[in-house]
Design a protein. Sequence first.
Length: 271
Amino acid sequence: MSLVEPIRHSPPAEPPLPLARTRPAIQISALHKQYLLGKEPLIALQNVSITINEGEFFTLVGASGCGKSTLLNIVAGLEPKTGGSVLLSGKEVTGPSRDIGMMFQAPVLLPWRTNLDNVLLPAEVFGLDKRQFQDEALSLLELVGLGAFARRYPFELSGGMQQRVAICRMLLCDPAVLLMDEPFSALDEMTREFLNMELLRVWQERRKTVVFVTHNIGEAVLLSDRIGVMAPQPGRLREIVTIDLPRPRDKQTLVDAHYFRVTAHVRRILG
């Protein structure tokens, strides 16, 4: 049986902390990715160069097939590149790392494990003593309003609540960079909006570097410091748009006239 989202009252918004923008967290230079389909090459990414700074919320938008998820997988070390370079804090990405947390469209929770044990999974994957991470896992579940559900199972949660467990799992080992591949796209509009606000709140507290992929332009404008607009066939960077909406952002941002102007501007670039 699915449980409804718990109602929580957010504390008054704190003044935004200054962002650490002096050092690059991710440097993508002339990135190229090619697949061979039979005898014909398929170019998924062509000459993509982006520098993403520490503490920045950077979003990739574009049509299906423009290489957004491929780029994210290469940055995560889950997929090899064909050419170019990807540096994380100045070091070449050669494979998965504790410095990178990843979240996908589906929560991918193990149904036989409690929600707490699902959050603790990265500690096991990296060969760490999960007992040392238990307090942090419980603290993260409290942070997203799921402390009371720590020892319940995923099937007892709604889809939105499962995605909050996935956010906790991503944060457990305190990665410097969070990569999020359309994490809320399968949810209904109200749940999606709720989780966008949750993500903004968690990001405001933790101040991680985030690379977020979405098809939803309004979501991208709400969340981001900058948006990379991708063009398809082959996937390439068309333009980077700086989002000058003030922070902290909340539901009132969604009815602000400037929010609509920025959203329309990004939509025009997409064509």
